[in-house]
Design a protein around this ligand. Structure first.
Ligand code: ADP
Ligand code: MG
Ligand code: MG
Length: 192
């Protein structure tokens, strides 16, 4: 279960990780993309923090919406609308439940619908889907986050810029999977 206060802690924690690993995320995006993922995400999370500081949300639904709006307006690229969709779906779902498994299952469905990717396409879905399932089972651990992110290395990209490389995308981690991994790590550190 999630409250406004632990959502804010989670998101601040995520923001810290993104800023700390900004260059690494952009490095991951260089061989199989356009090298901007770290900059895109840092811009987004900084806008999120500004929004949550300027106007503390009263309800969880408002909090998710504020996160979504800041990400949509500031991240850009392919990942901006997809992260935005994830948080908008969690906003909707949070009217009925604060269960993290249900919230992330809704987020994952939204991302898949919006971007057309499925598991195995070497995208953030390769992190969201298995880890939403783990959250539902109530046993998400860092080792599983690492496994999901690492698992994208051997995949052939089927969506996004990396898909232009076809087989040559093999051997590289997906940057969006890595940033999604930070989102889940930030979450379990908050809950713990
Ligand atoms: P851009 O490719 O426009 O520069 P980013 O570099 O910010 O955008 O984000 C790239 C990441 O977005 C990829 O690593 C991948 O995880 C994710 N992504 C791209 N397209 C899709 C898609 N159709 N479905 C899910 N995730 C996607
Ligand atoms: Mg990019
Ligand atoms: Mg770009």
């Amino acid at each position: 279960a999630l409250t406004v206060d632990n959502l804010i802690e989670w998101i601040n924690n995520f923001s810290q990780k993104v800023n700390e690993h900004k260059d690494y995320l952009s490095e991951l995006d260089t061989p199989i993309g356009d090298g901007d993922h770290g900059n895109n995400m840092a811009r987004g999370v900084n806008a999120v923090q500004e929004s949550l500081t300027n106007k503390k949300p009263a309800e969880l639904t408002d909090a998710f919406k504020q996160v979504a709006m800041a990400l949509i307006s500031k991240v850009g690229g392919a990942s901006g609308p997809l992260y935005g969709t994830a948080f908008l779906e969690m906003a909707k779902k949070s009217k009925d439940t604060t269960d993290l498994g249900e919230l992330f299952t809704a987020a994952n469905e939204g991302v898949k619908k919006r971007g057309g990717a499925k598991v195995g396409d070497k995208t953030m879905v390769d992190v969201f889907e298995p880890l939403a399932e783990k959250l539902t089972q109530g046993l998400l651990e860092q080792s599983e986050i690492d496994e999901a992110v690492e698992g994208t290395k051997d995949l052939v990209a089927k969506k996004g810029r990396a898909s232009y490389l076809g087989e040559r995308s093999v051997g590289h981690l997906d940057p969006g999977a890595m940033s999604s991994g930070y989102l889940f790590s930030a979450l379990i550190e908050t809950e713990g």
